[in-house]
Ligand binder design. Structure first.
Ligand SMILES: *Cc1c(COP(=O)(O)O)cnc(C)c1O
Length: 398
C-alpha cells in the first residue's frame, strides 16, 4: 500500500468513511484528488530487495511493502479503492477484480486449491453465478438448498457456502446471522451487491467473505466493470495470489472511478431507495400488478409480477431504459426470465421463484412523478393492462 497507509484513528461513521477512506495520505502529499497510477511496471535498482518482496508475497499474499513491483501484483490507485471498501464493509481487507464474476471465480479457485471443491448455495443467485456453479466450470460441485438445509448439506470437502441477500432478481432475503451459524467453520460468502454496505454489513453478521459486483452500486454510474471481495487478511492474501496467477486484475482507471463512486454511495443509495419504496407502494396498489417484491431492509431494487405480458412493458418504457445491469443513477428495467437469468435452466429458475411474469427494476435518481408516469404508460400498453388472460387473446386483436 506504500504511500497511503491508513491512519486508523477513532471509528468514523459510514458517510465520513465514504469520502475519506483510502485518501488519508493525500493532504500530507499536498494533493486533494487521488492520483491515477497507470504504470504497469516500477523501476528498482535494488533487485535483492525486490526479490525479498516477491518472496514475501508468494508466502502470504500480503500487499508488498515498499514500491510496487508489477501491475498484476498490485496497483496504488486500485489499493485506495480496496482500502475504502474494506472500511465501509468493516473488514480487514478487500481485493478488487476485473468484474464481479472474476471475483467469484477467484474465491472458488482459492477454496478448490485447498482441496475444498464442494459448494453449498441458496437460490436464487445472480444468473451467471448460478451458471458458473451449476456447470462446474471451475471444477466445483454444487449442492443447492434452502437456508434451513445448509447445515445438513455440509460435507468434509465443503469449501464455501454462498447466499445473496436481497437476492437477484426476486429480492428474497435470508437471515444472515442464522445462515452464518449454520455454516459452522465453513466460510460464508454473502453477495452484498444489492444491499451495499449502506444497508447491510454482512461481515458483522458472521460472513467471512462479502462479494460485490462493483459494476453496480459501488461504481454507480454505469461506466465501470469491476468486482471486489471484502474479507479477513488471511483470505485476502490467497485471493491476491490467485489474482496474480490468473490475471483478473482491475484497471487503475476503474479503481479511480470506483473510489470516486464510493464517495456518493450513501447519498445515492438513500435517495434511490426512497424512490424505489414509493414506486413499490404505488405498484402494490395497482390492479395491473399481481405481486410486488420489495425487501424489508429497503434498497433501490423493485421486482414485480404483472398480469399482462412483461415484454410489452419492456417495449413500452420511454424514460426508463430497458437494459440489464443495475445500480446506476438512472432507472433500468429488464425481464429476468429472458435476459439476466436466461442462462439458468427454466425449471430451476421457476423453482427459485423467478416467475416468467417478473420484471426487475433498478430505480435511479429521477423525479418520482416522471418515473411513475413512464411506468404507468408502459403498463397501459395493450396486452399488458388489466387482463390476466392477454396470452390467450384471439389473434384478431393483434
Ligand atoms: C451483476 C452481478 C454479478 C456479476 O458481476 P459482473 O460485474 O457483471 O461480473 C454478481 N452478483 C450479482 C448480485 C450481480 O448483480
Amino acid at each position: 500500500m506504500g504511500a497511503h497507509d491508513d491512519v486508523r484513528t477513532a471509528p468514523r461513521a459510514l458517510a465520513t468513511e465514504a469520502v475519506h477512506a483510502g485518501r488519508d495520505d493525500l493532504a500530507r502529499q499536498g494533493l486533494h484528488a487521488p492520483p491515477i497510477d497507470l504504470s504497469t511496471t516500477y523501476p528498482s535498482y535494488d533487485s535483492r530487495g525486490e526479490a525479498a518482496r516477491i518472496d514475501a508475497f508468494a508466502a502470504t499474499g500480503a500487499d508488498p511493502d515498499g514500491p510496487p513491483v508489477y501491475g498484476r501484483l498490485g496497483n496504488p490507485t486500485v489499493a485506495r479503492f480496496e482500502t475504502a471498501l474494506a472500511r465501509l464493509e468493516g473488514t480487514e481487507a478487500a481485493v478488487a477484480f476485473a468484474s464481479g464474476m472474476a471475483a467469484l471465480s477467484a474465491v472458488l479457485l482459492v477454496r478448490a486449491s485447498m482441496g475444498l471443491r464442494h459448494v453449498v448455495a441458496v437460490r436464487p443467485l445472480y444468473g451467471c453465478s448460478d451458471h458458473l456453479l451449476t456447470a462446474g466450470l471451475l471444477g466445483s460441485e454444487v449442492t443447492w438448498t434452502d437456508p434451513a438445509g445448509i447445515a445438513e448439506s455440509l460435507r468434509p470437502d465443503t469449501g464455501l457456502v454462498i447466499v445473496e441477500s436481497p437476492a437477484n432478481p426476486t429480492l428474497a432475503e435470508v437471515d444472515l446471522r442464522a445462515v452464518a451459524h449454520a455454516c459452522g467453520s465453513v466460510p460464508l460468502l454473502v453477495d452484498n451487491t444489492f444491499a451495499t454496505p449502506v444497508l447491510q454489513r454482512p461481515a458483522e453478521q458472521g460472513a467471512r467473505l462479502v462479494l460485490h459486483s462493483a459494476t453496480k452500486y459501488l461504481g454507480g454510474h454505469g461506466d465501470v466493470l469491476a468486482g471486489v471481495v471484502a474479507c479477513d487478511e488471511e483470505l485476502a492474501g490467497r485471493l491476491r495470489q490467485v489474482r496474480f496467477a490468473t490475471g483478473g486484475v482491475l484497471h487503475p482507471l476503474a479503481g479511480y472511478l470506483l473510489l470516486r463512486g464510493l464517495s456518493t454511495l450513501p447519498v445515492r443509495v438513500r435517495a434511490a431507495s426512497a424512490n424505489a419504496a414509493e414506486l413499490a407502494h404505488r405498484l402494490a396498489a395497482d390492479p395491473r400488478v399481481a405481486r410486488v417484491h420489495y425487501p424489508r431492509i429497503g434498497g433501490a431494487m423493485v421486482s414485480f409480477e404483472i398480469h399482462g405480458d412483461p415484454h410489452e412493458v419492456i417495449a413500452g418504457v420511454r424514460l426508463i431504459t430497458p437494459a440489464v445491469s443495475l445500480g446506476s443513477v438512472d432507472t433500468l428495467i429488464q425481464h429476468p426470465a429472458s435476459i439476466s437469468h436466461r442462462i439458468v435452466d427454466a425449471d430451476d429458475r421457476r423453482g427459485a421463484g423467478v416467475s416468467d411474469r417478473l420484471l426487475r427494476m433498478s430505480v435511479g435518481l429521477e423525479d418520482i412523478e416522471d418515473l411513475w408516469s413512464d411506468l404507468d404508460q408502459a403498463l397501459s400498453f395493450r396486452g399488458a393492462g388489466n387482463c390476466a388472460t392477454s396470452h390467450d387473446e384471439p389473434a384478431a386483436t393483434v
